[in-house]
Design a protein around this ligand. Structure first.
Ligand SMILES: *Cc1c(COP(=O)(O)O)cnc(C)c1O
Length: 224
């Protein structure tokens, strides 16, 4: 399938999910996750109007960045080892996987004169295999980030469990939404927390219904 056909079908489903939940379609940004595909395929996505690209490994990001440069808005969505921050920090616009203080410190130290837009990753489902803070840890963690003024918390990110049970997925997204409201009520100038990065190929419609502002789509958009 051409990316343009996938994009049209995806956008239709996004529009329907927005309608169902009385949201405006332009509230939901689509990030094309290009981790499984070639630079050519990523370029095809850009050519049909996608502007946000996501990669989960530094090698993948750097390889595509070498060709595509800063034309797309770049999202780093994978687990980030502290020692790799320096490789990607001047190439990405958003880091979706902030989940520990040592990482926050390294991002702060390497930020140069930029402010780095971050998402705090939450393990909302409690699955042991998933990265991210437990829901209880999120507010204390974000309060601690005051120490690192180069970090701006744009929002929260989560991955739902891989299950057929929509109720479990929905609950996970609802947990993230509730946490977002808790953080907004703190009125921290460095943590406006206006964004929710949630929803992938299998569950983006539920995520939109529960308030996602950025959906991260690989298979359904750039997959074959
Ligand atoms: C791979 C990946 C995605 C996209 O997954 P699909 O199911 O292919 O849409 C989204 N978010 C993260 C963090 C990923 O690693």
């Amino acid at each position: 399938m051409r990316v343009s056909d996938n994009l049209r079908m995806l956008q239709d489903k996004v529009n329907v999910a927005c309608q169902r939940s009385k949201r405006a379609p332009d509230e939901v940004k689509i990030i094309a996750v290009t981790k499984y595909v070639t630079t050519e395929r990523a370029l095809e996505a850009l050519e049909c109007g996608v502007t946000h690209l996501g990669e989960n490994r530094d090698e993948g990001l750097l390889e595509k960045w070498n060709t595509l440069g800063d034309k797309p808005t770049w999202h780093f969505i994978g687990t980030l080892q502290t020692r790799k921050v320096k490789n990607i920090i001047d190439k990405v616009d958003y880091i979706h996987s902030l989940d520990r203080e040592s990482l926050a410190k390294e991002i702060h130290v390497r930020a140069g004169d930029r402010t780095i837009s971050c998402f705090v990753q939450v393990n909302a489902s409690g699955e042991e295999s998933k990265h991210g803070l437990t829901p209880e840890m999120v507010v204390p963690f974000i309060k601690e980030l005051e120490k690192f003024p180069k970090i701006r918390v744009e929002g929260l990110m989560t991955m739902a469990p891989f299950t057929e049970d929509d109720a479990i997925i929905r609950q996970c997204f609802q947990t993230l939404k509730k946490l977002q409201l808790d953080i907004q009520h703190l009125n921290l100038p460095y943590a406006p927390c206006m964004e929710l990065s949630m929803g992938m190929s299998n569950d983006f419609e539920i995520a939109i219904e529960e308030g996602a502002t950025m959906i991260r789509i690989g298979t359904a958009l750039v997959g074959e």
